[in-house]
Design a protein around this ligand. Structure first.
Ligand code: PAF
Length: 288
């Protein structure tokens, strides 16, 4: 394997300083491993935008809540590294939890408004953990550009704000959701689904598409759009909707009427597995 593996933030930072001093443009794709086509698509977006492509693999304990799947989260570093290499990753950053959070570690970041709704409401502290670890990754890898998946739309909004607020000056890009043939969004957690749950999981996407269809037919109010989505998702007996909401795509403020780009986001449990999906409704330009 030719991919370079670095395991401590200080080593990565020293390497990144040297790269920057040599005029190299650095791209970073942070991951928690268990790579699938969704992650690989982010690597393919980042690859032509930089000279040195860094991918991190770190199952970040601070973004998992009590009773969540930190211990059982799928881990397979060897196969992840092989796939990353094929996508042109130059450096894999694979730190241990102790290297990222040594004894005595205490700093955390909070974005109270963007982190409050949607997944933040159900997973208290989750986005503090994400913002904190991504800041640490950015400080170590010193990237010019960083790419994250649009499936975690709220995470992407938070990380864009983080780059602005803390003057990281990093270009934060989103990569489109990659799906199975039946529409289910790829996720490392799909492996937890039973056969029956897996068969019903595409209902999430179908519900979102039903709302989009109503929108294209002229409905713009939240009640009509959300009830179109809910009817389809509720028809899956194993789906328990956690939230189904329309939110402004930039501020994530709740929306009653679609007048600006609007996020339609859903989270639902299928048994013990929590799945999320989303799409963005774009207002048509006024007819001339
Ligand atoms: O999206 C993820 O996989 C994680 O939240 C991230 C951005 C790698 C931070 O741990």
């Amino acid at each position: 394997m030719n991919i370079e593996i670095i395991r401590t933030p200080s080593e990565l930072r020293a390497r990144a300083f040297a790269l920057r001093a040599g005029g190299e443009r650095i791209g970073l794709v942070p991951t928690m491993g268990a790579l699938h086509e969704g992650h690989l698509s982010l690597l393919r977006i980042a690859r032509p935008l930089c000279d040195m492509l860094i991918m991190s693999i770190f199952v970040n304990p601070t973004q998992f809540g009590v009773g969540e799947d930190l211990e059982s989260y799928p881990r397979n570093e060897e196969s992840d590294l092989a796939q990353a290499e094929k996508c042109g990753v130059d450096i894999a950053f694979c730190p241990s939890p102790e290297a990222m959070y040594p004894s005595g570690y205490q700093t955390a970041l909070t974005l109270p408004t963007l982190a409050a709704p949607l997944c933040g409401a159900k997973r208290p502290g989750h986005f503090d953990g994400v913002a904190t670890v991504v800041s640490k990754l950015w400080n170590a890898a010193l990237p010019h550009v960083a790419v994250f998946g649009e499936k975690d739309f709220q995470q992407l909004a938070i990380l864009r704000q983080l780059s602005l607020d803390l003057d990281f000056g990093i270009e934060v890009l989103g990569g489109p959701i990659i799906r199975e043939e039946d529409g289910l969004a790829l996720s490392s957690r799909n492996v937890y689904l039973s056969q029956e749950e897996r068969a019903q999981a595409p209902r999430l996407r179908q519900g979102l598409l039903a709302a989009e269809q109503r929108y294209s037919e002229g409905a713009t109010d939240a009640v009509a759009l959300l009830s179109a989505a809910r009817a389809i998702i509720d028809a899956a007996p194993l789906a328990r909707i956690e939230y189904l909401q329309l939110r402004n795509a930039t501020s994530l403020a709740e929306v009653q009427e679609v007048t600006a780009p609007t996020l339609l986001a859903v989270a639902a449990r299928f048994g013990g597995t929590r799945l999320i999906d989303n799409l963005v409704l774009h207002p048509c330009p006024p007819q001339a």
